[in-house]
Write a protein that binds this ligand. Structure first.
Ligand SMILES: [Zn+2]
Length: 168
């Protein structure tokens, strides 16, 4: 069972995947600094590698640009297997109002009552989580995975906030 607390070894504890959206980058850094997973302890500064793909989990799962998924796996494997054996958890950070979802899904997919935004985000994040859990390398498949989403600001809030992805 992966330990959510920082290892005594030098190196990051987390591998973060997020979208490249310009609106929420500073908010992700702030929110990660305040995140308290399983009430054990807040994430600390300098405690994660951050990998960015348009659409976050959708960037890995979409079939249009197949090299994106390969690049994600190359980086996760490099981070965990070669650079930082201290990494024990992958954080999949989706975000609301994601342009990549509008790009890769047909408009009808986004407006159907059965395909609301949360369902699509949860579905894509679950695909990536399942791929991690079925990875051929035992150290990759043993990684813990948390599925999260950045909520866009709703007045009077001016900043994006991080939350657990609601279950399907
Ligand atoms: Zn996005």
């Amino acid at each position: 069972m992966p330990n959510l607390q920082k290892s005594d070894q030098s190196g990051p504890s987390y591998f973060v995947l997020s979208c490249m959206d310009y609106r929420h980058m500073d908010d992700i850094v702030r929110e990660l600094g305040q995140l308290n997973l399983n009430s054990l302890r807040p994430l600390q500064a300098d405690d994660y590698d951050h990998f960015i793909l348009a659409g976050a989990s959708l960037g890995v799962a979409q079939p249009t640009y197949t090299e994106w998924a390969k690049t994600f796996w190359d980086h996760l494997e490099t981070a965990k297997l070669q650079l930082h054996k201290t990494i024990h958890t992958v954080l999949l950070i989706e975000h609301e109002d994601c342009g990549a979802y509008k790009l890769f899904f047909r408009p009808n997919d986004l407006t159907s009552p059965l395909s609301n935004e949360n369902l699509l985000h949860q579905g894509m994040a679950l695909l990536v989580e399942h791929a991690i859990k079925n990875h051929s390398d035992p150290y990759i498949k043993a990684l813990n995975v948390h599925r999260l989403i950045m909520r866009r600001p709703v007045a009077p809030l001016t900043q994006w906030t991080l939350a657990d992805l609601p279950p399907l």
